[in-house]
Design a binder for this molecule. Structure first.
Ligand SMILES: Nc1ncnc2c1ncn2[C@@H]1O[C@H](COS(=O)(=O)NC(=O)[C@@H](N)CO)[C@@H](O)[C@H]1O
Length: 419
């Protein structure tokens, strides 16, 4: 969310951001509502002052005057409470519109409607040259009985899976390994629930725009998050954090649930796009300074790249376009890992800077060095998400006999050269 002051003084920039992010928002209506809300508040304050003035005169008034004063005070009070209900409605309408205002995108982001405008800014690692016909991850899994991708769908529906045997062990070790790597970089490991209240999704930015992507638990007025980012954004909601406690660094681990409502027909084979998965999430709450945010953005990206280097997976870094980065992002860099069977790089990580857009929604503030209370900045990035990461991991390291030679970092974990 942007502040009303910012919107007023930077209206053209906000309108350009809305255009570049394909967001339809009527700033004229928003600013009119703000004017009406402020006028109502002034009128209500005036009526309250009038009533207080009258009651101040009441005790010294002559008896014949008291009745008239009482009537006037009652009238002012009644008028004030009538205006207050109107104020409540207009304030709610104003807040609803404010939740739809996009963040201003990074001026280095390609301006374009969607992922087709994304730009590759770095390519790392040599794609494997197979001297045999490589298999895709589903064939490798079937050959080694590493998962159940069919029977389970009769139990749990489409886009569900069971990992089995050494692949099940590999996923759990991968998650522990990633959590520890990020923890060793100074982040506090923290397990967070996927269960969260509606306000947490509004604060993080998933709502109001993407309810249809989110599983709901209606009997309890709760929802299931698709990322630990939801709980982590609201963990310090309402707090004023002391300056010396910043930056707050979390390595969040959680199950993730996504309806993938908008993905019918996409990635239906295998493990790329499923309804439930696990993820280690990097999360930062830092001081409201663009250079500090930019430094953390680079560090988060670097940590994800170091994990991919350890897994010996070729990847490319993407500068995400204004149309693809989403409402709250200032800047987003996706990392895409090479998937031989598709002959394409596919997104496995997403690194975002949001400045104070989330902190304003979640009400996360801090006292800066001068003691001034300000909204913080927040950032997040994927450290590792499974089972999607298993797709490039299995396919890039497969051997002619259908086994998978583990990267060095995994051999120690899995106690052997092969999965
Ligand atoms: N339906 C899905 N199935 C499997 N993996 C998924 C799915 N949706 C997302 N992921 C994985 O989760 C990663 C992060 O998802 S994201 O929406 O892009 N970004 C976030 O959730 C941010 N909080 C950064 O992690 C993706 O890059 C991908 O690796």
């Amino acid at each position: 969310m942007l502040s009303l002051d910012f919107i007023k003084t930077n209206r053209a920039a906000v309108e350009r951001a809305a255009r570049d992010k394909n967001v339809t928002i009527d700033l004229g209506q928003l600013l009119d509502l703000d004017t009406q809300v402020r006028a109502l508040k002034t009128e209500i304050d005036g009526l309250r002052a009038e009533r207080n003035a009258i009651s101040g005169r009441f005790k010294d008034a002559a008896p014949e005057e008291k009745a008239e004063l009482g009537r006037k005070a009652k009238e002012a009070g009644a008028r004030a409470s009538e205006l207050e209900s109107g104020l409540g409605e207009k304030q709610a309408a104003l807040n609803e519109l404010l939740m739809l205002v996009p963040n201003i995108p990074y001026d280095g982001a390609p301006v374009g409607p969607d992922e087709t405008s994304n730009v590759v800014i770095n390519t790392v690692g040599a794609k494997p040259q197979f001297d045999f016909e490589p298999l895709d991850h589903v064939a490798l899994i079937e050959k080694n009985d590493w998962a159940d991708l069919s029977r389970i769908t009769q139990v749990s529906g489409s886009r569900t899976y069971c990992l089995k045997g050494r692949l099940a062990l590999l996923e759990t070790k991968l998650m522990g390994w990633a959590l520890e790597k990020i923890a060793n970089a100074g982040f506090t490991p923290i397990t967070v629930p996927a269960i969260a209240r509606e306000d947490a999704f509004l604060a993080q930015g998933q709502f109001p725009g993407h309810r249809e992507e989110t599983y709901q638990l209606p009997n309890d007025d709760l929802w299931l998050a698709g990322t630990a980012e939801v709980a982590l954004t609201s963990l310090h909601s309402g707090e004023i954090v002391d300056n010396d406690r910043l930056p707050i660094l979390y390595a969040g681990y959680s199950p993730c649930f996504r309806r993938e409502a908008g993905s019918a027909g996409k990635d239906v084979r295998g493990l790329l796009r499923v309804h439930q998965f696990v993820k280690v999430e990097q999360y930062v709450v830092c001081e409201a300074d663009e250079a500090v945010s930019a430094e953390w953005h680079a560090r988060l990206l670097g940590l994800a790249e170091s994990l991919l280097a350890d897994l010996e997976i070729p990847y490319q870094v993407i500068e995400t376009s204004t149309g693809d980065m989403g409402l709250g992002k200032y800047r987003m860099n996706d990392i895409e890992s090479w998937v031989p069977s598709l002959g394409k790089y596919r997104e496995t990580h997403s690194c975002s800077t949001l400045h104070d857009w989330q902190a304003r929604r979640a009400n996360i503030r801090y006292r800066d060095a001068d003691g001034k209370v300000r909204f913080a900045h927040t950032l997040n990035n994927t450290a590792l998400a499974s089972p999607r990461i298993l797709v490039p991991l299995l396919e890039n390291h497969q051997t002619a006999d259908g086994r998978v030679k583990l990267p060095r970092a995994m051999q120690d974990l899995m106690g052997g050269e092969f999965l």
